[in-house]
Write a protein of this length. Sequence first.
Length: 184
Amino acid sequence: MQFIYVLPGWEGSASDARVLRDAINRRNGLKVPTGNYYLVDGGYTNGEGFLAPYRGSRYHLSEWRHRRVPTNPRELYNKRHAQARNVIERTFGLLKMRWAILRSPSYYPVKTHNRIIIACCLLHNFIRREMSIDPLETELENMPINEEVDEHPGDNIETIEPSAAWTAWRDTLANEMYNDWVNH
């Protein structure tokens, strides 16, 4: 539950894909080593380095209440994708709980506001690493602590585009997850 890259300053109306494209293309931007990926929501394309949920299948955790079970590989994949992405949402929730300045509109100049966001994220990461018990943790349910992220030197993904190979890999992953789930 730590931040590995922060890019403040974009307007809220900017599309997610545009912001991600900018983050990847910056000189010291977001690095996605080839062979690794980030989970993204349905607003992004499913392509190399960015694993999106299936569109048109149940996704949100609220849709899995009342003992509903997946009926096909896409639903199981989306359920697990949503569970993993929920950690991301809880991390933002914890950040806003910890730093009240992030909960309301800012009247600071954009440059100052961007620095405040970065400082809050850095302090959040420091607290997560250094405090054996985080008092705010008890306010959030089932908060797992992420392991350190490895830096992988070498080739990084430099474009964001749909990929038939990546979609086939996601289909294979979904089918393997479903078959394993059905057999257990």
